[in-house]
Design a protein around this ligand. Sequence first.
Ligand SMILES: C[C@H](O)[C@H](O)[C@H]1CNC2=NC(N)=NC(=O)C2=N1
Length: 95
Amino acid sequence: MIARLTDSEIAAAAQELGHWQVSADRTALQRDFRFRNFSEAWAFMSRVALLAEAQDHHPEWSNVYNRVSIRLTTHDCRGLSARDLRLARDIDAIA
Ligand SMILES: C[C@H](O)[C@H](O)[C@H]1CNC2=NC(N)=NC(=O)C2=N1
């Protein structure tokens, strides 16, 4: 079982990952993306899907036309873990 982040680790993550919001219950990171059109949104999602599969860590997400909403949480610990931070950083690097 992977460890849940502590409150101070979550606070540090919120500082570092400025584009991401910590959910009110502090169990998830959320970020909304907007692209020029559906094709660009889908291309981004394809790249994130490959990252997620490589990391064996999968986003909760939705897409409407050019918008993509991503929520990162770790089901195994019912909260935030280092795996969410890693995926958030890697998503930022391709956004
Ligand atoms: C067996 C496999 O490693 C687990 O089910 C992984 C897969 N992807 C996952 N993704 C997320 N977001 N949380 C998990 O706890 C998780 N667990």
